[in-house]
Design a protein. Structure first.
Length: 247
């Protein structure tokens, strides 16, 4: 395992202030939050944590990514079964049992597959937060990944086999929290060692003073969290700007 399964820390968080500027519509049969430019030449697909595409925090991130020149999609990869409030008492084991990897991957593969069929020459970046990190990394594997580059923040439930399968030609940005039971120091080191051994193009940033969830639902009244959250977003934009050049 390159990161541990989601736990109670994945159900905690804080709401961020702001008004979403995008729209929710049906895309390939999936309810999807969309933002940013109209054209599909440069696209970022956000794969969410267990709070889904309707969480205002993630929608605000999508709007900012859209302002950077991308078309943004946040598909519902949770089949309408997302947590509606921050509640650390949620039975994460039961929730995960209702969202097995094969079920979630199927909707991600279908969404990106249909997009690729219609837009074969577009740049596609994927971002995964927590639960969604696993499926973002799957989309840059050498065998059948459909994305050109990926970024993940505090990923959970990623297997070492999925890290080993990352393509040398599909860059991976990892933004990690110093305190994270899902992505511990040991697992961070194992991930970096594996990517290095396989010659992958990657960057792993570690933020002190923050814990799991900081990038999508951290307490922004805490300076270290606010900095890490904003820096992670800026890093993601620069990452995709760099690797979408010439696409």
């Amino acid at each position: 395992m390159a990161s541990n399964p989601p736990s109670s820390c994945c159900a905690r968080g804080f709401y961020h202030e702001g008004s979403a500027r995008g729209t929710v519509k049906d895309v390939y049969g999936v309810p999807t939050y969309t933002a940013g430019k109209e054209s599909n030449d440069k696209v970022i697909v956000i794969l969410t944590d267990i709070f889904g595409y309707q969480l205002i925090n993630t929608q605000l991130i999508a709007d900012q990514l859209g302002d950077a020149g991308y078309k943004i999609y946040i598909p519902d990869i949770l089949f309408g079964d997302w947590l509606v409030k921050f509640d650390a008492s949620v039975d994460s084991k039961k929730w995960l049992a209702d969202h097995p990897p094969e079920k979630t991957r199927a909707v991600v593969d279908s969404f990106l597959g249909q997009f690729r069929k219609e837009n074969p020459n577009s740049f596609v970046g994927v971002i995964g937060y927590c639960f969604g990190g696993k499926y973002a990394i799957q989309q840059i594997n050498a065998k059948d990944g459909l994305a050109d580059a990926a970024a993940v923040a505090h990923p959970s439930f990623v297997t070492i086999e999925e890290i080993e399968a990352v393509s040398k030609d599909k860059p991976l940005l990892i933004s990690a929290a110093e305190a994270d039971v899902a992505f511990t120091e040991e697992l961070r080191n194992l991930t970096a060692q594996t990517l290095t051994k396989n010659g992958a193009r990657y960057q792993l940033d570690l933020f002190s003073g923050v814990s799991h969830g900081y990038a999508s639902r951290g307490d922004l009244t805490i300076p270290s969290v606010k900095y890490a959250k904003e820096k992670t977003l800026y890093d993601q934009i620069y990452w995709f700007d760099t690797f979408s050049c010439g696409k």
